[in-house]
Design a protein around this ligand. Structure first.
Ligand SMILES: CC(C)(COP(=O)(O)OP(=O)(O)OC[C@H]1O[C@@H](n2cnc3c(N)ncnc32)[C@H](O)[C@@H]1OP(=O)(O)O)[C@@H](O)C(=O)NCCC(=O)NCCS
Length: 195
């Protein structure tokens, strides 16, 4: 057992109880981003429009210190069409650590668990979106993620189509698909909702 697990518990849950759902939701709206900012209500509405994939969450990775939630990560998976066939797209989102506990290896422990779970789910590849130019680009590279280096598209809750450029993908079970998607030139369509 490593140092992290002595001090904290890392729980992997396939669903949240109503109480945990409230705790996770409060955590997400009260814990600041890497620039110390908390989303304004207006930003939260835009976020909810674009990041509307909660029904694709297969697992939650929650870290507790005693009984207090200090870290969250969601593991997603959904079937999407890519070049005429169905593929299982895995994903990582809602990676967040309580400000006072940052720099203690908590996100690293959650990412290790998340990568392991996406293998168990037999995802072909994984996708995430992040601020690639910040330390986060380097952080996710440690787990096999590389910048997509071209736009990806998705539908929002309103069914409006969005395009963004900060996507990263990682090989999970299919090296061939990972290479094919990386070397393709069309925007990568991730389906309904960003994560
Ligand atoms: C990003 C975040 C989850 C990192 O959590 P954490 O528990 O502090 O991360 P770890 O302690 O496991 O550190 C992971 C790596 O990132 C580096 N790192 C962490 N915070 C850093 C910072 N502010 N500046 C530079 N590097 C940093 C660590 O040095 C470590 O590098 P290493 O693996 O080479 O040793 C946390 O800062 C956070 O919750 N941020 C707000 C939400 C967010 O932006 N989430 C990411 C969404 S894509």
């Amino acid at each position: 057992m490593d140092k992290l697990h002595v001090k904290y518990s890392v729980d992997i849950l396939d669903e949240l109880t109503p109480t945990l759902r409230t705790i996770v939701s409060n955590f997400r709206t009260s814990v600041p981003d890497i620039n110390g900012k908390i989303r304004t209500p207006k930003e939260e509405i835009i976020h909810q429009e674009k990041f509307c994939s909660d029904s694709d969450i297969k697992l939650w990775i929650l870290v507790f210190e005693k009984n207090m939630l200090i870290g969250t990560t969601a593991v997603y998976a959904r079937s999407i069409k890519y070049n005429g066939r169905n593929i299982l797209l895995g994903g990582i989102g809602k990676v967040r650590v309580k400000k006072e506990n940052r720099g203690e290896g908590i996100a690293s422990a959650m990412m290790e668990a998340a990568m392991d779970q996406m293998k168990k789910l037999k995802c072909d590849i994984a996708f995430l979106d992040t601020n690639i130019d910040s330390f986060l680009g380097k952080f996710y590279k440690k787990y096999g993620f590389v910048p997509l280096n071209r736009p990806y598209t998705f539908l929002g809750k309103s069914r409006k189509r969005y395009s963004d450029t900060d996507g990263m993908i990682a090989q999970i079970t299919s090296k061939a698909l990972f290479t094919e998607i990386l070397t393709d030139s069309k925007p990568f369509d991730i389906g309904f909702g960003n994560w």
